[in-house]
Design a protein around this ligand. Structure first.
Ligand code: ZN
Length: 355
C-alpha cells in the first residue's frame, strides 16, 4: 500500500475508533469554542465559522446532545454533581459583533443557550485586536516593504520579526496566512501596547487603510438584548492580555474589574471566566476564585468528566472545516468525528489557534 493510502486508512480507523468510544463513553460536558461567525466562509481563518455552517452544526448538536445553559453548568458545579450524559455548552470568545449579527439569530431560532466571553475594554468601542489588524494589513501588502523603513519600525523587536514581515510581504496571498499566524504567535510574547504601537506604525508607513467600516466588537445594547434571550455573558478580562505575563496586581485588575463591568452593564451576575489565549496558572485560579467566579475555561482540548476542576474546564475549538465532508459541504459524519475527539488527538501534530 502506498504511503498516502496507508495514512488515510490509519486516519479512518482512528476516526471510527474514537467515534465508537465517544458514543459509548458519552458522559461528561463537552464545551465548544467559537470566535467569529461571519456571513461568508473563510477557510483560511481558523477563528471563523460561517453562518450557514454554524446553523448546520447547531441543528446537529440539538439533535444529538443535551445543550446546557451557563446557569445549568453553574448549578452543577455549585452542587458538585456530575454533568449529564452527552451534555454540551456552546461558548464564544472575545465578543465579536458577528456573534450578535449572525450567530445569535441562529441560536434564537433553535432555542439554544450559549455563553459569550467579553473583552470588556473593547465592547462598545471601535477598537480592534492588534493581531486582527496586523493580519488584515499584512494580507494587503503588495510589492514588498521598504527595508530601511522596516528596520527602523521593528527596532525594539528581535531581528526575526523583521525577517518574518519581509517574508510575508514577498510571498503570494494564499500562502501568507500560516506565516502571519506564526508572527502573531511570536508577537504574543511582547506587551499588548508595544504590539498595538507596531500595528499603528506599520499602517501609517504602508499607507494601508485599516478596514474602516462598522465596529468589529459587540455594543452594550447587543449584549443586553442577548442576555434577555438565553445568552449568558462571561469575562474574557478587560484587555485580552496574557495573564501569566502580568504582575499579580494587574491580573487582579483584569479579572475583578471585567466581572464588575459586565454585571454593572447588564444587571446579571457573571459566573464564568475564559483565560485569554488559554494561559493560566495556580495563582490566577486563586484570583478567579477570590473574584467569585464559579468556573473558568481553558483552551485545553477535551471533555469534562465531572465538575471537580471548575477552573480548568476543557473545550474543543470548532473551525469551519471541522464539519466539512469530502465534497466541501457540511457533513453530519465529519462533524460527529470531530466531536468524538479524533481531530484533537491529531491536533497535537498541528499548530494551535488559541486566541
Ligand atoms: Zn480571546
Amino acid at each position: 500500500m502506498s504511503k498516502p493510502k496507508a495514512a488515510l486508512k490509519k486516519i479512518i480507523l482512528l476516526s471510527l475508533y474514537f467515534l465508537t468510544i465517544g458514543l459509548k463513553k458519552s458522559n461528561g460536558l463537552m464545551v465548544l469554542t467559537y470566535h467569529r461567525v461571519p456571513r461568508q466562509p473563510d477557510l483560511n481563518d481558523a477563528l471563523k465559522v460561517s453562518e450557514h455552517v454554524f446553523d448546520r452544526q447547531m441543528c446537529f448538536l440539538k439533535e444529538n446532545y443535551r445543550l446546557l445553559s451557563p446557569n445549568e453548568v453553574a448549578q452543577i458545579i455549585n452542587t458538585g454533581m456530575e454533568f449529564p450524559p452527552r451534555s454540551c455548552l456552546i461558548t464564544f470568545d472575545d465578543g465579536w459583533k458577528d456573534n450578535y449579527t449572525y450567530a445569535y439569530p441562529v441560536l434564537k431560532r433553535h432555542h439554544i443557550p450559549a455563553l459569550i466571553f467579553l473583552t470588556t475594554d473593547f465592547i462598545g468601542t471601535s477598537r480592534a485586536f492588534w493581531h486582527e489588524q496586523l493580519g488584515d494589513l499584512l494580507s494587503k501588502v503588495r510589492g514588498g516593504i521598504d527595508l530601511g523603513l522596516l528596520d527602523r519600525l521593528v527596532m525594539e523587536y528581535p531581528s526575526n520579526v523583521n525577517e518574518m514581515i519581509k517574508r510575508i510581504s514577498h510571498i503570494q496571498d494564499d500562502r501568507r496566512q500560516d506565516l502571519i499566524h506564526d508572527l502573531v504567535v511570536y508577537l504574543k510574547n511582547f506587551d499588548v501596547q508595544q504590539n498595538e504601537g507596531l500595528v499603528l506604525k506599520l499602517n501609517t508607513v504602508l499607507g494601508i487603510r485599516p478596514n474602516p467600516v462598522d465596529p468589529m466588537m459587540l455594543s452594550w445594547s447587543d449584549v443586553r438584548e442577548m442576555v434577555e434571550n438565553n445568552i449568558g455573558m462571561g469575562s474574557h478580562t478587560k484587555g485580552h492580555e496574557i495573564l501569566t505575563r502580568l504582575p499579580i496586581e494587574r491580573v487582579e485588575e483584569e479579572i475583578f474589574e471585567s466581572k464588575k463591568c459586565i454585571q454593572d452593564k447588564t444587571g446579571y451576575p457573571v459566573e464564568f471566566l475564559s483565560y485569554p489565549n488559554g494561559n493560566y496558572d495556580e495563582q490566577i485560579i486563586e484570583i478567579a476564585k477570590k473574584a467569585g467566579y464559579v468556573g473558568a475555561f481553558t483552551c485545553v482540548q477535551g471533555k469534562n468528566v465531572d465538575s471537580t476542576r471548575p477552573y480548568e474546564i476543557r473545550r474543543s475549538h470548532i473551525r469551519e472545516n471541522s464539519s466539512l465532508g469530502l465534497s466541501g459541504r457540511f457533513s453530519n459524519l465529519f462533524f460527529a468525528i470531530e466531536l468524538s475527539g479524533t481531530r484533537s488527538y491529531l491536533s497535537r501534530f498541528r499548530p494551535n489557534y488559541d486566541y
